[in-house]
Design a protein around this ligand. Structure first.
Ligand code: PXP
Length: 236
């Protein structure tokens, strides 16, 4: 299953501060092409997705809407109002080009436990974006999350095949561990049409969150084809 991140359509729009391309239209087309869900990251600095996008997506998404956000009071209020189907908590730094690593759950356990509780109180389901590390996965369960999204960015950045194989094994072990303690597992960040291949057919990895590579391909071949090709690679 793959959830498609439509932030990148909004990034293009914000480059001109105009109305196009509309990430809401991109999301609708992605769904028509077989996406299992739509993800957006509403950042504190609103560099791509705007509040208006989130509101419209909540009204129009027919699969599942996954809201990525930082654990801040402002975002808590928004999530409780908009009620996405899943809230994914991610670390956020203003200076970064994109999310740079998993949440430090273990060190912020008390804070995150409260935050997750505040989300669950209004019926929201919660996923924590973590590095594929046992201590962080255990802490995610302790914090009350239903899901973990394993950060695949380090794997995606591997230069040699040996390194990629080692980092893939790390993800596999992390996914097995997460499942063994009752967590549902997603994977995301930096995944593309090539590095997704080792995941194929492995039941440990049921869901993926993919944005940049799909939208980059969409510019060249169209969004429906780009999404369909990724859906084929992530369905088993
Ligand atoms: N998962 C999380 C938590 C992210 O922050 C991002 C980037 O927005 C993604 C997945 C998707 O990453 P990419 O755009 O590299 O596919």
């Amino acid at each position: 299953r793959s959830e498609v991140n439509s932030d990148h359509a909004a990034t293009r729009r914000q480059a001109r501060l105009g109305p196009e391309p509309d990430p809401v239209a991109a999301a609708a087309l992605a769904e028509l092409a077989g996406a299992d869900g739509i993800i957006v990251h509403l950042r504190e600095d609103r560099r791509h997705i705007q509040d208006r996008d989130l509101e419209l997506l909540r009204q129009t998404v027919k699969t599942r809407l996954n809201l990525e956000m930082a654990a801040t009071p402002e975002m808590l209020t928004i999530a409780r109002e908009v009620k996405p189907d899943l809230v994914t908590l991610v670390p956020e730094k203003r200076q970064e080009l994109t999310t740079e690593g998993g949440l430090e759950v273990a060190k912020n356990l008390a804070f995150l436990k409260n935050f997750v509780q505040d989300l669950k109180e209004v019926g929201l389901r919660v996923s924590l974006f973590v590095d594929p590390v046992t201590a962080q996965i255990d802490a995610a369960r302790e914090a009350g999350a239903e899901w973990v999204e394993l950060h695949t960015g380090t794997y995606a950045d591997a230069i040699t095949r040996a390194e990629a194989t080692r980092l893939f094994q790390e993800l596999l072990n992390a996914a097995r561990h997460a499942r063994s303690i009752g967590l549902k597992v997603k994977c995301g960040h930096g995944l593309n049409y090539r590095n997704i291949k080792p995941f194929k057919g492995r039941e440990e990895f049921a869901e993926f969150s993919i944005g940049h590579s799909i939208m980059a391909r969409a510019i060249l071949v169209g969004i429906e084809r780009a999404v369909r090709e990724m859906v084929e690679l992530t369905r088993w």
